[in-house]
Design a protein around this ligand. Structure first.
Ligand code: FAD
Ligand code: SF4
Length: 802
């Protein structure tokens, strides 16, 4: 069967959801290509406020990881922007000079934040709140500055303000109206919200019109139309969004506010569709995910030739995601001559409920303080239910579990994804689900804003009765209900030796996923290093290929250079292969290694053979590099032989598998030129001794390492590093960096455990056993004909992930 070429412009929430739906209906029907300006896999934009608040990384909010693209044979070009669409030749071209033809094209370019055209709006320190980059920039600002002003007291503005407060900034929220969120709330709820947020530390400046952003090059404050001023080092504009239509417009595709689409998301141009915030349907360009997901479903059916009545438009509901504040609204929010109101105001508990009734039917609702009824009311509004129905159902629902029990099967639990109570209950029963995460994996409920998690939990309680554990342990993934500890105990107890065996014996609910397979491979190898046969296919793609995949599909090669020291012979060899294989770039890395970038997959084994150097494991969940300063032999401040110690450590621990990557450094004095303070294991030489630091991280979660112990001799130091690494290998979750692990266990606890000499010896025995079977992965690959054939010659899909 010839596959149709389906190209998606925009790797955001709506476009990728449409692709997910297409894959569900006809997984073999299309050759999918996705272009995304942002250099990340598809992530949950709704959860950006969590990223801004700190402590949440891109991977925590990723909806479909790099493996998803690969598993579904999607050609993905992250960080690449489509700059033109030629609807005559049916091609798109990009800022990287690529041209791609399509049979069907989906435009899902989302929106751009609306920036008020104020004098001074181009100054440094004026930001929007739309993507990961915005969050990162604001986080950076918060480290250097103290005062922020957020223009806009709507949903986005308040979430931005909460995030900045969490980052330790003082925050003024400037709003043009006299109460907050006036588009979603009535005055009473808006004022209650203000009081609550003031308690959290937010300051509000209402009924103010910003006239100018002051400062020279950098913002210093705001001036209002009444002449008053405030100071600010950071100004966040959160005043609305504009559908991103420029690309479509230039291609001659009809646009109004958004790209004009009919009920099947078709534009006026054959084979060109638009979905998401960039699309305008019956005069509305939606700005929330629930309608965009509904559009995605309709579009997928249209592309796959499934009959459907088309997209009919959506009624909207809103929830604010600020912790400690529960706000919900849907439908009509302000009363008029045609409405009657059912209102409850509990001053003591700080709750407010207003239901608007038109011709006896529920037409809208505003809830503050207790939003449990939100989805039910939303459902009633959409159905045009009578108020009596709601009041009756409320009386019978006198507890939370009763509330979900009293809901009908058609009622929506997850508003974002349109998942009903009936479909969740069915999935729980059919698949034996017991956790909220499993329900999420199976039905999509709670996968977006997460506001319905407690309802899903109640529904699990109501369906499973006494078998439901509300205080749930963390299952290692959605394929099992077992936690890491339980799986490890079962592997030990039952002597399990293969991934498939673990899944069968422990009754996995599927064939495994990209989360549990690599984790099981690691746990099995860690428990039984001498007998376990590593299952290559279970590893993440970079580890499978023994090289890091770059965004253009080529690879990078980093040979090992112990302690960052090289020789003229090795340099000559590197230069020769670089010339011979026309390597795109030769770069010195932050870990003091040489990186050959832009290598073609089929050249990898030849380069490894010709280099004849061990792999630098720059791709591995294992020991990466030991960075060293020049130390006592060359530096006048040096107190110890840092290079010697670095080489010794790297030779001893190279090739070791660990739960996540491990970086080390050795500096010969506290000036710390090798940056030992931000490494998983950092060593600092002081007069007559070595200090050992652990749990440092110089990446996204910047963390200063903790001093663990100080040793007089290098032998004691190396022994303790062995014990520390083995303790980490045995007790950390797979993909948990030492920084997170040290924080979870506490440095005092780790110190206590490793103060026991017997334990230190035992850990060293076990790590030595693991190290005794380590082989150089490049040599192993070169000598394995099957591996060479499968991985480096006959690879079916061009891999375009990171
Ligand atoms: C902070 C924040 C909080 C939010 N909270 C909620 C909430 O609680 N509930 C809710 O329902 N909604 C919420 N939203 C809105 C929701 O995130 C959006 O409605 C949704 O993400 C829109 O999806 P989309 O795919 O249309 O656009 P996007 O998710 O913006 O995706 C569009 C993507 O296309 C890319 N792109 C644009 N042009 C090109 C090009 N030429 N070539 C390649 N790529 C391109 C963009 O870089 C972007 O990654 C929130 C939004 C933000 C910013
Ligand atoms: S860390 Fe100290 S010894 Fe090492 S290079 Fe820097 S100053 Fe010299």
């Amino acid at each position: 069967m010839i596959k149709q070429k389906l190209v998606l412009i925009g790797n955001g929430m709506a476009g990728v959801r449409a692709i997910e739906e297409v894959l569900k209906i006809n997984p073999e029907g299309f050759e999918v290509t996705i272009f995304g300006t942002e250099p990340y896999p598809n992530y949950n934009r709704i959860q950006l406020s969590k990223v801004l608040q700190g402590g949440t990384s891109v991977s925590d909010i990723t909806l479909n990881d790099w493996e998803w693209y690969q598993d579904n044979m999607i050609r993905f070009y992250p960080g690449e922007t489509v700059t033109a669409i030629n609807t005559k030749t049916q091609t798109v071209s990009t800022d990287k000079g690529r041209t791609e033809s399509y049979d069907q094209l989906i435009i899902a370019t989302g929106s751009n934040p609306f920036m008020l055209p104020l004098p001074g709006a181009d100054k440094e320190g004026v930001k929007a709140f739309r993507n990961i980059k915005d969050c990162e920039e604001m986080i950076e600002y918060s480290k250097r500055h103290k005062k922020a002003a957020v223009i806009g007291g709507g949903l986005l503005g308040l979430e931005a303000a909460r995030g900045l407060l969490n980052l330790g900034m003082e925050v003024d929220v400037i709003h043009i109206f006299d109460y907050l969120m006036e588009r979603q709330l009535d005055r009473t709820a808006g004022k209650l919200l203000q009081t609550e947020l003031e308690k959290q530390g937010m300051n509000f400046i209402l009924q103010k019109n910003t006239a100018e952003i002051t400062g020279r090059k950098h913002v210093t404050g705001l001036k209002f139309s009444d002449g008053s001023r405030i100071k600010a080092d950071l100004v966040v504009m959160a005043v609305g969004i504009k559908p991103n239509v420029a690309l479509a417009q230039e291609a001659g595709i009809p646009v109004n506010r958004g790209i004009l689409v009919n009920d099947y998301l078709e534009t006026d141009i054959p084979n060109v569709f638009a979905v998401g915030e960039c699309a305008e349907h019956r005069g509305i360009a939606y700005g929330l995910v629930a309608p965009l997901y509904q559009q995605g479903q309709v579009l997928a059916k249209r592309l796959c030739g499934v009959q459907d009545k088309g997209y009919q438009g959506s009624v909207l509901s809103t929830q604010l995601k600020v912790s400690g504040v529960d706000v919900f609204s849907a439908g009509k929010i302000n009363e008029d001559e045609s409405t009657k109101v059912y209102k409850m105001y509990d001053d003591w508990n700080g709750t407010y409920k207003k239901v608007l009734i038109e011709d006896g039917k529920i037409a809208g609702a505003v809830l503050f303080g207790d939003t449990k009824d939100g989805n039910k009311l939303f459902d009633f509004i959409k159905k045009g239910a009578r108020i009596e129905e709601y009041l009756e159902s409320s009386q019978s629902a006198n507890s939370e579990v009763n509330l979900v029990a009293s809901m009908s099967d058609e009622e929506i639990i997850c508003g974002c994804n349109g998942v009903t109570k009936g479909s969740i209950v069915e999935a729980i029963k059919a698949n034996g689900l017991t956790t909220v995460d499993q329900v999420k994996g199976c039905t999509n409920a709670s996968r977006s804003c997460g506001g319905c998690k407690s309802l899903v939990s109640d529904l699990l309680a109501c369906t499973l009765g006494e078998h439901y554990q509300a205080d749930q342990k963390e299952a290692i993934c959605g394929c099992t209900t077992l936690s890491r500890e339980e799986v490890l105990a079962e592997i030990h107890e039952k002597g399990l030796t293969h991934i498939r065996e673990v899944m069968n014996v422990l009754e996995w609910e599927s064939d495994g996923c990209s989360k549990c397979k690599p984790a099981l491979n690691y746990y099995l190898g860690m428990i039984n290093p001498l007998k376990y046969q590593d299952e290559h296919e279970a590893r993440y793609v970079n580890e499978r290929m023994h090289a890091n995949i770059q965004k253009d599909g080529t690879y990078s090669v980093v040979p090992r250079m112990y302690g960052g020291v090289t020789t003229s012979d090795d340099l000559r060899k590197i230069a020769d292969v670089a010339d011979k294989y026309k390597v795109g770039m030769i770069k010195v890395t932050g870990g003091q290694r040489i990186d050959l970038l832009g290598v073609y997959k089929e050249d990898l084994p030849k380069i490894w053979a010709e280099l004849d150097m061990p792999s630098g494991s720059a791709y591995s969940k294992g020991l990466r590099t030991v960075k060293t300063c020049v130390g006592e032999n060359f530096c006048r401040f040096g107190t110890q032989d840092s290079i010697g110690m670095g080489i010794r450590l790297e030779r001893k621990f190279e090739g070791l598998n660990t739960p996540h990557k491990v970086k080390m450094a050795v500096s010969a004095c506290p000036r710390n030129c090798a940056e030992s303070g931000i490494k998983d294991v950092g060593v600092v030489g002081v007069e007559g001794a070595w200090e050992m630091y652990v749990g440092g991280n110089g990446g996204t979660h910047l963390r200063e390492a903790d001093l663990l112990f100080k040793f007089k001799s290098g032998d004691e130091l190396v022994e303790m590093i062995g014990a520390f690494l083995q303790y980490y290998r045995e007790s950390a979750k797979y993909l948990e960096r030492t920084s997170a692990w040290v924080e979870r266990l506490g440095i005092d606890h780790i110190r206590d455990v490793l103060s026991d000499e017997l334990m230190v010896k035992e850990y060293n025995n076990r790590i030595d056993e693991a190290l005794s079977v380590v082989q150089d992965p490049w040599k192993e690959a070169i000598n394995n004909k099957n591996l060479l054939r499968d991985l480096y010659q006959n690879v079916k899909v061009p891999v375009e992930t990171k």
